[in-house]
Ligand binder design. Structure first.
Ligand code: DOR
Ligand code: ZN
Length: 409
């Protein structure tokens, strides 16, 4: 039997928890907060084809260490997850790797839409959590940058009541700016090339499509005020849009390129502090529905390249909760909002089954984040050195109690 006493719960009272276990242990929970096992609706665990960056053995460990028991993985793999056969291959590789990790991750997969695979979407419609569309190119080959394909995929989603998750950045604007600034080497040009206008234009189109087809659009990684204003207005009008932001837009801004170079390069890019404040406002007024980590690792070697070669993306699943709980301790949001963003809203939006997963995070002690503590395969984080609290210490899922300090990479 494992007993944890005097744990803080989200409604402010203190509670004791007991779990059936072959181990016998009494834990003082005075510094701990109990939360539901978190849901990350946006990760890139890189299988198949990019296992140098991540896999599900490391990804599962990193998820548990981060307090997550459920993740949804993206289809920009090698090859892309765009046919029924590839989807089934991906399920079987993932299941093997999860078994190897000995951590029972719950997961679902997004299916990629390209301009030619509409029949495949129909074949897999009951096996996927939604369709992923890249309106602007990012890591991998997936791209749907023409309006007629977008109409076609929305028509299919409407017919089968599927949700569409969108990387909303306008490809034409990005390409024009890439040409204009092709000789620039300073990483801050990444934010200029993928300027806010590119995101805003794509979000406008998404809202229009959702309105026409009555389809649920899940707009990923929102990063600017103008996008958030559009989403706010669309929600008011009754258009079915959901909004995600990511920790990097809340805790980093475009001043960090001077220190982090390519390690701060992601798509959409970091914005300025004024935009950042607007994202916090949208968190607190309920415009934003979810926090996705957009855990998108690349190796140190890949990230150390110059601007034009450096791939976009940062790891994040191990740091999202400590960052958000550290923000809670600074009164940047309340616990109810944090739990809505990281559990309740994704559970509702994606109609997930109930479970009794619990994570216990220490919200009293602070320590600087180190690369050594990370379980992600790439062993770096843009937040390394930040003094944080809120690191998970214990996790309960599917009948088992886990001591997270025993999970090592
Ligand atoms: O920064 C990003 N990295 N944005 C994306 O859209 C894709 C992701 C990745 O897969 O590397
Ligand atoms: Zn992503």
């Amino acid at each position: 039997m494992i007993k944890i006493t005097n744990v803080l719960t989200p409604n402010g009272d203190r509670q004791d928890f007991t779990f059936v276990s072959k181990n016998e242990k009494n834990i003082d929970g005075t510094k701990l907060l109990a939360l539901p096992g978190l849901i990350d609706p946006h990760v890139h665990f890189r299988v198949p084809g990019m296992e140098d960056k991540e896999d599900w053995v490391h990804g599962s460990r990193a998820s548990f260490k981060g307090g997550y028991t459920t993740v949804f993985d993206m289809p920009n793999t090698k090859p892309t997850t765009t046919t029924k056969e590839r989807l089934h291959d991906k399920f079987s590789i993932i299941n093997k790797q999860i078994a190897e990790s000995k951590l029972p991750m719950r997961y679902k997969l997004f299916f990629g839409a390209d301009k030619n695979n509409f029949q495949e979407i129909v074949k897999v419609k009951d096996e996927i959590v939604g369709i992923k569309v890249f309106m602007g190119a990012s890591t991998g080959e997936l791209l749907m940058d023409d309006e007629s394909s977008l109409h076609a995929v929305y028509a299919i989603a409407a017919k089968f009541n599927l949700l569409i998750a969108l990387h909303a950045e306008d490809e034409l604007i990005i390409q024009q700016n890439t040409k204009k600034y092709e000789n620039e080497t300073d990483f801050k040009y990444h934010s200029i090339i993928r300027e806010p206008k590119a995101a805003v234009k794509a979000v406008e189109l998404v809202i229009k499509l959702s309105r026409i087809y009555g389809v649920r659009s899940y707009i990923l990684h929102l990063s600017t005020k103008e996008e958030l204003d559009l989403v706010r207005a669309a929600k008011k009008e009754g258009v079915m849009v959901y909004a995600e932001t990511c920790p990097h837009y809340l805790f980093l801004d475009d001043s960090v390129y001077d220190k982090l170079y390519g390690f701060a390069k992601m798509n959409p890019p970091l914005r300025n502090r004024i935009e950042q404040q607007h994202i916090w406002d949208a968190i607190n007024d309920g415009t934003i529905d979810t926090i996705g980590s957009d855990h998108a690792p690349h190796t140190l070697e890949q990230k150390n390249q110059p601007l034009c070669k450096c791939p976009s993306g940062v790891p994040g699943i191990e740091t999202s909760l400590p960052l958000m709980l550290s923000a809670y301790k600074k009164d940047l949001l309340n616990l109810k909002t944090l739990i809505s963003l990281m559990h309740d809203n994704p559970k509702k939006m994606f109609n997930l089954d109930n479970n009794d997963d619990i994570v216990f995070a220490n919200i009293e002690d602070y320590h600087p984040l180190t690369n050594e503590q990370l379980c992600t395969k790439v062993k770096w984080s843009p937040y390394t050195g930040m003094n944080l609290t809120g690191y998970p210490e214990y996790l309960y899922t599917q009948g088992e109690f886990y001591f997270l300090d025993e999970i090592k990479s």
